[in-house]
Design a protein around this ligand. Sequence first.
Ligand code: ZN
Length: 311
Amino acid sequence: MQTAGIHHVTAMSSDAQGNRDFYEGVLGLRMVKQTVNFDEPGTYHLYYGDGLGSPGTILTFFPIPGLPPGRDGAGVTELVALAIPEGAAAAWRSRLDRLGVAFTEIGVGGVRPGLALADPDGMRIELVETGEVVAPRQWDAWVPAGMAIQGVEGVTLASHHIADTHQALASWLGLESDAEGVFRGHQALGGRVRVRDAGGESVARLGAGTVHHIAFRSTDAGEQLQWLDHVRRAGGAPTPVQDREYFTSIYFREPGGVLLEIATDPPGFTRDEPADALGSSLRLPAWLAAHRVRLLERLPALETPRQESLR
Ligand code: ZN
């Protein structure tokens, strides 16, 4: 079996408004869903992506007020690269300068030119130029279409058993590696998985600014059942299928320690609100609907990024 590639990346953060100001206001992604953490409904689960939150463009966060910073190390995803159009690094350089966001240059000399920066909780991000522009489904974004983030270019896993991680990416997920040892599926844009040898390093500690897991794509619920069986036979220990409202999921840890998920493309974020209203109000699954008023009292206010200078 072979996954098309990355479906979404989920990370931990602290302040919800600061998270939204950065991913929507600075990076120009669309907040396609505001809901709660189904395992901890007193806290948010925020989803960002292209105009529809298409698989491969999605970043999701669990903002927990006061959550202490985590620490990268063996067993986590330590870097998330986002694809920008060829030549767009210059526009991002001036935008980040104007907004006071610190960055460093990467890929000097031509290979993967771009910028390295950190989100407000310290999560490492790269904006990387790629020719794989897929014309993301636009909305009234905070950045012009010509520089818009196209999706997840790739992630870097810090593995404490790199050979076993390589083997799992190939045989569990069906990803193919190139001459540089970069793995990917067959989707048109990005979804690359790079692995860094973190053998001997101390184990990562989850907290604000660390990636929680990486999800890969399954075409539908029927194929996901095949994935469940396939991962189990390959030596993994997947959870039963879990309903996440906008997709269903199975989770398992690869041998290098990183938590992975396989999530279905359907039904997607238009399941419970129209495309032009995505992310505009708190959405709750049916089993939490009766608690709406109490949850709204408990959740911090979450407003559209406001500063006109963000445009
Ligand atoms: Zn997930």
